[in-house]
Write a protein that binds this ligand. Structure first.
Ligand code: ADP
Ligand code: FBP
Length: 317
């Protein structure tokens, strides 16, 4: 199993709310609520830890409400290397309605004292030795700049460690200039980078291949229930997930990225990796939280996942 470091600069407590149908401007009665330590890098780490990898989590965490995070890190067997900053980590509300619609309300996050980012850069420097991959995931705190993210990626790449980046907007654009090894945009984030809508699979394929040509080795594009496109050094594969009953899509992208890394770091063929990751992401949308590779029907979900080559339509497996 591999050693992996995930960095979450802007973690969150996810407040998952379930109800029949949200009535805007009205008093709504919920069916259930649940609060979990989350944020993209932490979600990725949860999946990788379940898959048996040695995971270190780091980033910037509010000192005043850290309990749920500390508990989750210990329960999941993850090494806690977060820098504590004064204040409370944000709470992101996730409203899941019976019809399958999910509404995310994500906060801006904590303003970070300047020395905290310096401390994080120094901490990452000490953690890199022996790591096989670093994942930098999620938005940036309000006063951390895209250029500072790019410097962090450059520093890690200079140490010869591969970096996967999952972010959006100016942070993605700036991060790309530092040439991370891989990225995991969803279709909207990819369209944001391209500066135009990418509504067809062909448009997404061309954008992903352009990124390969610009030096991003792996481009993993997620498109919700439509599935996944993975362009690797100019060669693409697509996957269509099985039909599942959707309860919460929150964490599906993080599960997909973690599943892909698992296959890559295990030396699996690409088809197997994409099938596994796509099936695990489909597993995740059936409940709150990240995908569970130990789900009783996980083998069947993999069998029902279609993997093909988009250039000739050839199916795999
Ligand atoms: N309704 C769904 N049914 C099956 N799989 C899904 C569904 N929604 C998402 N997924 C899987 O999860 C992946 C990530 O979801 P997506 O919503 O695209 O990412 P993000 O959460 O990053 O926006 C998709 O590419 C797909 O494989
Ligand atoms: O940092 P951002 O972009 O605000 O995203 C944070 C949110 O992303 C999540 O990690 C979910 O991400 P995905 O649905 O893309 O997997 C939530 O747990 C968290 O609230």
């Amino acid at each position: 199993m591999a050693r992996i470091l995930t960095l979450t600069l802007n973690p969150a407590l996810d407040l998952a709310i379930r109800l029949g149908a949200l009535q805007l401007g009205e008093v709504n009665r919920t069916e259930s609520t649940r609060l979990d330590a989350a944020g993209k890098g932490i979600n990725v780490a949860r999946v990788l830890a379940k898959l048996g990898h040695e995971v270190t989590v780091s980033g910037l965490l509010g000192a005043d409400n850290e309990q749920a995070f500390v508990k989750a890190f210990s329960e999941c067997g993850m090494r806690d290397a977060f820098i504590r900053v004064p204040g409370e980590t944000r709470i992101n509300a996730k409203v899941s309605e019976a019809g399958g619609r999910v509404t995310d309300l994500n906060g801006p996050g904590l303003r970070i004292p300047g020395h905290a980012l310096e401390a994080l850069n120094a901490r990452v420097g000490t953690l890199l030795s022996g790591q096989e991959a670093v994942v930098i995931s999620g938005s940036l705190p309000p006063n951390v700049t895209p250029a500072q993210l790019a410097s962090l990626i450059t520093a890690i790449r200079e140490r010869g460690v591969s970096v996967w980046l999952d972010t959006s907007g100016p942070a993605l654009t700036s991060g790309l200039a530092a040439r991370p090894t891989g990225i995991k945009p969803n279709e909207n984030e990819l369209a944001g980078w391209a500066g135009q809508p990418l509504e067809t699979p062909e448009a997404r394929l061309q954008a992903a291949l352009r990124l390969n040509a610009e030096g991003i080795e792996d481009v993993l594009v997620s498109a919700g229930s439509e599935g996944v496109l993975w362009a690797q050094r100019g060669s693409a594969l697509e996957a269509t997930p099985p039909r599942v009953a959707v309860l919460s899509t929150v964490g599906a992208g993080d599960t997909l990225l973690a599943g892909t890394l698992h296959g890559l770091l295990s030396g699996w063929p690409r088809e197997r990796t994409l099938r596994f990751a796509t099936a695990l992401a489909a597993e995740s949308v059936r409940h709150v939280g990240v995908g569970d590779p130990k789900a009783a029907d996980f083998d069947s979900l993999q069998t029902q996942t279609l993997v093909r080559n988009p250039s000739n339509g050839e199916m795999h497996g």
